[in-house]
Ligand binder design. Structure first.
Ligand code: TXA
Ligand code: MG
Length: 311
């Protein structure tokens, strides 16, 4: 299917990707059409192993090799200088390219059998919640995708961490499945993390990863009171109830109790947002976790979900 120019949804450890042959500009163009994503937003090229890195990028700095060695296969994406094999269609015209080796047996088996690079954004419509099961992909993209390769639910549940290694010092463009602390431990230096309010790279607008329901973030202690108030005002309120309030009585249309383990929270996050949408909530009241470890990526996604939406 990939060789024939088709679109294949593939499982990774983070979220499902909408894959196409990276070297087939027509297939890559179809990804943008299906997602409804502006063609200037660059895609990640997925490879079957770190040994293919030099086929796709140029001038790989030692830092990039170190990170690849430690974290691949895994939820880390490296931004490097584009090699001639990568068409500009895949990079949104940029001279850099994002690459990663996903840690999923089924996804990796596909990449190895295919042999080439597979460009794959998350397999959702532009701006909405990323899919973490094959059913999410089918529900959202339906016939628009040629094949959905079902590898079960994604383990990590939030997208890869993107690290730009083209400059003098590496910097995090998007927090994700590999924690800042783990990266810093390997690099032996502190890393800059983006503020959610500024658009750093194309495709990182404030409103992203958003469910249909409006998302409002409040302090954890205020979640129950705010939910009750909004429900009384006539909203169909969905609540992300902090674990320490699990037994509190809540006046709301639907309640999700947030796991106290950040790994479990990340794993469930997009499913929770989808679930509250499905239950017909028009407003979701949540709070951000402490921004350490995977909490940084979770907070980033929640802030973006709550960000201003295009009208
Ligand atoms: O976990 C993931 O990374 C998932 C799975 C499918 O691998 N993919 C994913 O792709 O999240 P997508 O397209 O939804 O997000 C890719 C991000 C975008 O924010 C894009 O701006 C950034 O990667 N990106 C891609 N190429 C870039 C480049 N050359 N420079 C800076 N940012 C880049
Ligand atoms: Mg995405």
């Amino acid at each position: 299917m990939l060789r024939a120019g088709g679109l294949v949804a593939l499982p990774t450890e983070t979220v499902y990707g909408l894959g196409a042959n990276a070297e087939d500009p027509a297939a890559v163009a179809r990804i943008f059409r299906v997602k409804g994503r502006p063609s200037s937003h660059p895609l990640i090229v997925h490879l079957g192993g770190a040994e293919y890195l030099d086929d796709w990028v140029e001038d790989v700095p030692a830092t990039a090799r170190l990170l690849a060695e430690h974290f691949w296969p895994g939820p880390l994406t490296l931004v490097l200088r584009r090699g001639p094999r990568v068409p500009l269609e895949a990079t949104g015209g940029l001279e850099t390219v994002a690459v990663r080796v996903p840690d999923h047996p089924v996804g990796l088996a596909l990449l190895s059998a295919f042999g080439g690079g597979v460009t794959a954004p998350s397999a959702n419509r532009f701006g909405s919640v990323s899919p973490t099961t094959a059913d999410h992909v089918r529900a959202e993209l339906g016939e628009a995708v040629d094949f959905v390769l079902d590898g079960g639910p994604c383990e990590v549940g939030v997208e890869s961490t993107i690290v730009d290694v083209t400059g003098d010092a590496p910097s995090i463009l998007r927090p994700g499945g590999v924690t800042r602390e783990d990266l810093e431990a390997v690099l032996g230096c502190p890393l800059e993390v983006p503020s959610t309010s500024r658009v750093r790279v194309p495709g990182q607008h404030p409103s992203h990863y958003a469910p249909r329901a409006r998302v409002v973030l409040v302090e954890p202690e205020k979640v129950v009171a705010e939910a009750g108030l909004a429900q009384e005002l006539g909203h169909r309120v969905g609540v992300f109830l902090p674990a320490f309030l699990a037994d509190a009585p809540v006046k709301a249309h639907a309640v999700v109790t947030v796991p106290s383990s950040m790994a479990a929270y990340a794993h469930g996050l997009y499913g929770f947002l989808r679930e509250l949408d499905q239950q017909g909530c028009d407003l979701i009241i949540a709070s951000v976790p402490v921004e350490e470890g995977l909490g940084l990526a979770i907070a980033n996604r929640l802030r973006r979900a709550a960000g201003p939406r295009p009208s």
